[in-house]
Design a protein around this ligand. Structure first.
Ligand code: AMP
Ligand code: MG
Length: 482
């Protein structure tokens, strides 16, 4: 595509832009809006290598979109979505521009996107920009999730723009370079379904299958296979969230990736004291996206996906509805399998007994009663110590461990491999953001990121990152990262 004279074309990256080649209704060509004074905050060298990109060649100009690497075909993707249950037929990339796709060193297709690079035809009244705080939050938390072993979008670069963004306060502007298996959402399917654009929908289904679930191509009912696979990926993902106390905070259908990655780190936060009703987002007044509601909300979102696929599931509408309903009703059982497998490991078990679910539930109830810190309690147990709050629960657990084939050392090693010592604690995230925004001090960002890269390993001097906040730091509130 033609570049305007505002843009220099940078060194080539081996892009292969398959989404940009899909029918025109699915995306719009758009260029980043150049900014005043780009400055790099961080380049993720390890991720750059993984993508086959030389990190030394990643410049501040590239990180903000002033310079577009040769081979890019910048587009904004169209999507719709249910936001807090209300359908919005047109959302789309309003402040994100997809530069293109690369095949990484393992041959996996990865999107490279600039978030906060200026307005697009989908910006509505927004400025297309991002503030520094949310950019640092997303960089740190998404990379922490990756280090925890949880599927997620990644952060390749963060840079400041030298320009201000106007929110409730005047804030420094920044751009995040986000990497994802794709940015295709449940809401992408909804965009075409609501327009009865079966042609684009068919192209989208074909693209998603080829890209994320290639084992389905040539099968008898690929759309049904797609629904099954997305359901399983989401069940696995939400179970992983729940197992580390992660609360996404804005599980709208436009924020649910069909690749099964965690996406959109706006109001997310980790729970400290165990309480299934925990909500952090300031706009989630009814607790729709509370910790314990995440599995049923995932099911609700998947039902919205199933609706878009009806025309592809069966030629009879009635039969298609019956098939889809049956699949969606199966979600709780699929989720329960992932949940139980994960929590068995968290309490050191490799075998399965009927009573395990009750044993795990009793542990969670005891933590809730004691307002015990979720992460710290499980890590303490993993280190062979026995928290006082769990005194009544411990005998049943010890008896169960004795019936498990592994020895005590192996049991604790398993627990330490799944119960992190370090998560991005909210009070530390806020401190980190405050230092960067108020004093241009990125040392806390770097220090915290370093600790979070090996979350399952105690690190000398990092004790402060393992501790829960003082009671006075509660309740914690998050805001959508606009
Ligand atoms: P989010 O809350 O980040 O999931 O975004 C919901 C929708 O609002 C998406 O279509 C975004 O592209 C759009 N949006 C959010 N912030 C901005 C902004 N600052 N400028 C333009 N569009 C935005
Ligand atoms: Mg979003």
């Amino acid at each position: 595509m033609a570049m305007t004279d505002l843009h220099q074309t940078g060194p080539a990256i081996a892009f292969d832009n398959s989404y940009a080649r899909l029918p025109g209704a699915m995306h719009v060509d758009v260029l980043p809006t150049p900014v005043e004074a780009p400055a790099l905050i961080k380049v993720n060298a390890a991720l750059a290598h993984e993508l086959g990109i030389d990190p030394a060649g990643l410049t501040p100009e590239m990180a903000v979109g002033n310079l577009i690497p040769a081979g890019a075909a910048p587009i904004a993707q169209a999507y719709a979505g249910h936001q807090f249950g209300n359908f919005v037929p047109q959302l789309g990339d309003g402040r994100a521009i997809l530069l293109g796709e690369v095949l990484d060193r393992q041959g996996r297709r990865r999107d490279i996107q600039l978030k906060g690079a200026g307005p697009t035809p989908f910006s509505r009244r927004g400025d297309g920009r991002a503030a520094l705080g949310p950019v640092l939050r997303e960089y740190l938390v998404s990379e922490a999730m990756h280090a925890l072993g949880i599927p997620t979008t990644r952060a390749l670069m963060a840079a400041t723009t030298g320009e201000k963004v106007y929110r409730e306060a005047v804030l420094p502007g920044a751009v995040l370079t986000r990497v994802a298996s794709s940015h295709i959402r449940v809401g992408t399917f909804q965009f075409f379904a609501v327009r009865r654009d079966q042609e684009s929908l068919a192209a989208l289904i074909g693209h998603v299958i080829a890209r994320h679930y290639p084992q389905l191509s040539g099968t008898e009912n690929p759309a049904l296979g797609l629904l099954d696979h997305v359901m399983d990926a989401q069940a696995a993902l939400v179970a992983r969230w729940v197992q580390v106390g992660f609360i996404h905070g804005v599980m709208n259908t436009d924020n649910m990736s069909v690749a099964g990655e965690t996406i959109d780190y706006g109001p997310c936060a980790f729970m400290d004291a165990y309480d299934p009703a925990t909500v952090f987002s300031s706009i989630d007044s009814y607790g729709r996206y509370a910790y314990a509601n995440q599995p049923p909300i995932a099911q609700w979102n998947l039902a919205r996906l199933a609706e878009t696929l009806l025309g592809f599931l069966h030629e009879s509408r009635e039969e298609a509805v019956r098939i889809a309903t049956e699949r969606i009703e199966g979600f709780p059982a699929i989720y329960a399998r992932h949940w139980l497998a994960g929590f068995r490991s968290k309490i050191g078990l490799v075998s399965a007994e009927d009573g395990d679910l009750d044993l795990i539930q009793a542990l969670l109830d005891a933590m809730q009663m004691a307002r015990a810190d979720f992460t710290l309690t499980l890590r303490t147990l993993s280190n062979g110590q026995e928290p006082a709050a769990l005194a009544d629960w411990l005998p049943a657990w010890r008896a169960r461990l004795a019936r498990d084939p592994q020895g005590p050392e192996e049991q604790l090693a398993l627990m330490r491999s799944v119960n992190p010592a370090y998560i991005p604690r909210n009070h530390r995230v806020e401190e980190m953001i405050g230092a960067a925004v108020e004093r241009q001090d990125y040392a806390p960002f770097e220090a915290m990121l370093r600790v979070l890269m090996t979350p399952y390993q105690e690190q000398p001097g990092a004790e402060g990152y393992a501790e829960p906040p003082d009671e006075t730091d509660r309740p914690y509130r998050t805001f959508c990262g606009t």
